[in-house]
Write a protein that binds this ligand. Structure first.
Ligand code: FES
Length: 98
């Protein structure tokens, strides 16, 4: 995962944007991130990642290399993340999945 990859795939909001917004606006709860270009207000897949970012709000990296290193350490590869979203959406649309 890289900082310029999209965290919110529904609204094309990057990890860098959400991380910086969390830091600058001192976000306390993930739902506040809806103000960041609508992040988290579509399929809901990215909400778990946003919760992890908000939980680390006091220690988020600030420099681009630091953000990339943190993402690579703590989050899945971009393709795996996107694949997880596809499954999430398919499960939501499958009435048999409950
Ligand atoms: S990926 Fe963020 S709401 Fe769908």
């Amino acid at each position: 995962m890289k900082a310029d990859d999209n965290l919110c795939l529904c609204f094309h909001v990057s990890w860098r944007k959400v991380i910086n917004y969390t830091r600058v606006h001192r976000v306390k709860i993930p739902s506040q991130l809806a103000e960041c270009q609508g992040a988290g207000t579509g399929c809901g897949w990215c909400i778990a990642a946003m919760k992890r970012i908000v939980a680390k709000a006091e220690s988020l990296p600030t420099d681009p290399d630091g953000i990339d290193a943190w993402l690579e350490q703590d989050f899945p590869a971009s393709a795996d993340y996107a694949e997880g979203r596809k499954k999430h959406i398919a499960d939501k649309n499958d009435p048999q999945s409950d």
